[in-house]
Design a protein around this ligand. Sequence first.
Ligand SMILES: [Zn+2]
Length: 301
Amino acid sequence: MNEEKNFKGVLDLELNIGYNVNGEYTRSVSLLKSNGVAEEVFSKKTSDKPYTWIANCLTIAVKSIGSVDVGVEARQNYLKDNVVNIPKVIKDMPMADANSLLLEIHRRTWKNLVEKQEIMCKYCAKTAIADVDLDRIDLTDDDKNLIAGSPKFEFIICDLVDGCDLTPIIVKLKKENELGHLKDINFNRFIYRVPTLGDALRNEKYASDNINFWRRIASDCLVSIQEVDNGRTVNEFPEDFFAALGLDLYKQYLSTEDLGKVRYALREELPTMPFSYTDTCPCDLQKEIPFVMEASSFFSV
Ligand SMILES: [Zn+2]
């Protein structure tokens, strides 16, 4: 099943999702070899600023994205003032690609084997200590199919099960003249732009509160609220009033099932490298279990 791969030292790669860099949709990334600056930045993990850490690692490790150079200058600046300045091209990267890229940096420029990880086995209920081989991590077949043919991922469509009626907000805004025709309508489709690392950075102080964090990301990334009937958009809530909706849209107007759909759309729908693969538990039962790479074990020295 698993082909033997060795990613160590292979510094050119393609992002799974890709994005617009200087007006051109690109997936091409080149990495720099690790050095003393990289070691310092990679190992400086701060639990209260997880996305700053990821952005710092990317800034120092990435040589270029598309036509934009990143890492050489960032390393020189770090030597001068010990600070990583995160450039726009890194902030604009899809959050899912940033996560995947962190794994790629680890296995290509750092270490492909993460030693002595705790592996939980649900069959023997024991914790085994085993080495995790990052070279064995791969996209799921579903995600591979999703990226076959290199599509552009710019929007995420989220079709709601229950939908939402925004009449109370129309009344509250006293905008019956402009929005009166949208009363008593069941809006059942939200469209989002792809969440970026910049979105995560902006909302980083809420990162430990998963639900709140993702509502804020959803709020920032929302580009359209529609009523769709038989695949046709029949009504649209004007974007000018999205700010007035704010987080109330998620706090007051959606069912828990639809809130789950929104989170799934934003977090899971785009192709991302899992931080795990399947292998045989070292116990006598010899069952296939997930070997999971803990993000907190990344770049340990
Ligand atoms: Zn076991």
